[in-house]
Design a protein around this ligand. Structure first.
Ligand code: ZN
Length: 315
């Protein structure tokens, strides 16, 4: 990526092997990283027409995540930086998610960011780019994880998010009354494991045919939407009390690709007179473009982003 945001090459290598196992197998992921990293780096240099010595800055995700992949990626990028005599910028990949919507939107502060991925469900409050605080997160499963686990219960393939979204299109979202844990609690934390357990119990009492799958997928998706919207609404109200300025809201991470949830957030837009913004599709999931953008934003703008991860910080 150039300093002016132009993406010269973007290679996303999906490790198909995980589909077979219904989830990411750390050992296999590390080995796949080791096997492909050198080749895709050569390919990226070829595609972009850039020589290694022309690169000004190297970066890699340094956490959080599976240590095998992190070690391989960061050691590889650090080695290139040392070999080229150029700086290396370590990136927290959650920080990169939070910053991803700044790529294609003019974002005003104060800003609230809902991060929904396979591994995390969090709400961040940004007073400005130097002050980012985690103000709420899941106490158990992440929302993407809940989609995968529910898909597994219903016999749908991994990853489950897209499969559930497709099945839910033709289902009755009011067919099952599902629990909404923590929704009434006066905080911005989430819980999804009870929801998954409840679906497991319902599935055991029913015949899992196509019509059941469609109805339970739709009910589950609606329940997730209700939980996310209620916590965001609470967050917006809490912030509005302390600030007369209009709050901007972004939704980032792979689950933000879910079109049903996006429509659901629209209800809150009208109610709270707030516009939701999203990163571009190619920066929703963990990939190099998202990391490169976070690197440029931090390094060239001298932002000293204090990326904290303490859910008990109040807003
Ligand atoms: Zn991520």
């Amino acid at each position: 990526m150039k300093k002016d945001k132009t993406i010269l090459s973007h290679i996303v290598y999906s490790q198909e092997i995980h589909k077979k196992h219904g989830g990411v197998v750390p050992e296999l992921a590390s080995r796949a990283h080791l096997e492909i990293l050198q080749n895709i780096t050569k390919q990226a240099l070829k595609d972009s027409g850039v020589k290694l010595e022309e690169i000004n800055l190297f970066s890699a995700t340094c956490g959080p995540g599976l240590i095998g992949g992190l070690l391989i990626g960061s050691t590889f990028a650090k080695s290139l930086a040392i070999g080229s005599g150029k700086p290396f910028v370590p990136i927290n990949h959650l920080e990169a998610h939070v910053l991803s919507s700044f790529y294609n939107n003019e974002i005003t502060f104060p800003h609230l960011c809902l991060l929904i991925t396979g591994g995390h469900t969090q709400i961040y409050f940004l007073k400005n780019l130097n002050k980012i605080n985690l103000v709420g997160e899941t106490v158990d499963d992440a929302v993407g994880e809940a989609f995968d686990k529910v898909a597994k219960i219903l016999g749908l393939p991994y990853p489950g998010g897209h499969e559930i979204e497709i099945k839910a299109l033709k289902g009755n979202e009011n067919a099952f009354d599902l629990p909404q844990p923590l929704v009434k609690d006066d905080n911005l934390n989430f819980s999804f494991s009870g929801l998954k357990t409840s679906i497991n119990l319902i599935a055991k009492k029913n015949i899992i045919d196509d019509s059941f799958i469609k109805d339970i997928a739709a009910s589950f998706q609606k329940c997730v939407g209700d939980i996310l919207v209620s916590k965001l609404d609470r967050g917006i109200k809490k912030l509005s009390k302390n600030s007369s300025k209009k709050i901007s809201v972004s939704v980032v991470g792979g689950v933000a690709n879910n079109n049903y949830l996006r429509k659901y957030f629209k209800n809150l837009e009208t109610k709270e007179n707030i516009k939701f913004v999203y990163p571009p599709k190619y920066m929703m999931n963990d990939n190099a473009a998202m990391i490169a953008w976070a690197t440029i934003l931090k390094h060239f703008n001298n932002y000293d982003i204090n990326f904290k991860a303490n859910p008990r910080l109040s807003i």
